[in-house]
Design a protein around this ligand. Structure first.
Ligand code: COA
Length: 349
């Protein structure tokens, strides 16, 4: 039966605020080389990373998330939110979730608040979830924060991972709006393949290998990654996800002004761009200064590029992420006018 009275069209989720924050302490490649068997040239040529920011002892993921969330709400014009999502691999504690405490510290007590875990794909999963809350009418305005303190789970003496990861937080505000406005998020493509759960993992501390088990090893309690395999999966999965999303939307690769990928490492980003036939200069990258910041990496890269005025109102963006799980996902949007766009000094102190 055809619907005769479809009612008003469902609202779209429109990005209207953006903020990024990294802890002040900078760790250079030379500083790492002083305690690890590595050197600046190896790190730069293999990963493109020159520096990363690291939280102080006692500084938790929620502390970073609150800073980024505050900046995003300010950038949206000093608004409030009726839902707060934190996406992270390094929550303050296994229980409760980090989002309620973040909401409360931002003066948003009473808002719906929960965490999402999709490792480095968390921000794109979070965008889709936030959009769902808005289009279903559950929320009018959502604060989505990607925040990670990898320094709390990476073994500082593990030269493979200690060089790659950094700490940081990035946040966006989404509001109910019109599907045709700049800032409307979608199309989305999300995927996973749990058969490769061991490629990126912290083996102990959950219900499978309990933190209380006396027999857990030092390695099991820290972040582990099978770098070469991850590299191959990252390139193939990100390129495939990006292509599927572009096809769904009827965009050609030439329609993309800026490709904003999860900042895994520069070689991965350039390989994905090459695979897609996208000029490397359209690939937004700040991994050289902040490293891989997990769920924070896409909003931090956005805040950095918008702050430098590299991304302008009306530019067409393709966001693509990849992470442990394995998980991957992409999303398209046209960059909107923000009430108070991020400034470079607020992103990198
Ligand atoms: N400094 C110096 N040498 C290092 C090193 C470091 N920090 N880390 C590893 N090595 C050594 C290895 O031990 C190995 O030595 P060997 O040949 O004597 O065994 C050699 O360098 C080559 O190691 P390999 O693992 O083959 O290097 P690679 O070229 O694959 O680079 C990564 C390693 C981790 C940089 C790379 O695999 C990578 O980028 N993977 C993806 C990581 C990533 O981005 N993950 C995030 C996804 S969300």
């Amino acid at each position: 039966m055809p619907r005769t009275n479809p009612g008003p069209p469902a609202p779209a989720a429109v990005l209207c605020g953006l903020g990024g924050w990294v802890p002040p302490r900078v760790v250079t490649n030379d500083e790492l080389a002083a305690r690890l068997d590595t050197d600046d040239t190896w790190i730069r040529t293999r990963t493109g990373i020159r520096t990363r920011h690291v939280a102080e002892p006692g500084q938790a993921t929620s502390d970073l998330a609150v800073e980024a969330g505050r900046l995003a709400l300010r950038s949206a014009g000093g608004v409030s939110a009726d839902a707060v999502i934190v996406t992270t691999t390094t929550p303050d504690r296994p229980c409760p979730a980090t989002a309620p405490v973040v909401a409360s510290r931002l003066g948003l007590a009473g808002a719906a608040a929960f965490d999402i875990g999709a490792v480095c794909t968390g921000f794109v999963y979070g965008l889709a979830t936030a959009a769902g809350l808005i289009t279903s009418g559950v929320a009018e305005r959502v604060l989505l924060i990607g925040a990670d303190t990898y320094s709390t789970i990476v073994d500082p003496l593990d030269r493979t991972n200690a060089i790659i990861f950094g700490d940081g937080a990035g946040a966006v505000v989404l509001r109910a709006g019109d599907p045709d406005e700049p800032g409307a998020v979608g199309h989305f493509e999300l995927g996973s393949d749990g058969a490769h759960e061991d490629l990126i993992t912290v083996a102990a501390g959950g219900s499978r290998r309990r933190a209380t088990a006396v027999e857990t090893t030092h390695a099991e309690r820290h972040f582990a990654m099978r770098g070469k395999e991850v590299y191959r999966h990252a390139v193939t999965r990100m390129a495939a996800s990006a292509r599927t999303t572009l096809d769904q939307a009827g965009w050609k690769i030439g329609d993309v002004d800026h490709f904003v990928p999860h900042q895994a490492n520069l070689r991965i980003l350039h390989s994905v761009a090459d695979e897609l036939g996208l000029p490397r200069e359209r690939c937004v990258a700040n991994v050289d200064t902040v490293g891989n910041t997990g769920a924070a990496s896409i909003p931090l890269a956005l805040a950095d590029a918008v702050g430098r005025q590299h991304i302008s109102v009306g530019d067409r963006l393709l966001l693509t992420a990849f992470g442990g799980g394995l998980t991957w996902g992409s999303c398209l949007l046209t960059w909107p006018e923000l009430a108070d766009p991020p400034q470079p000094e607020r992103t990198t102190p």
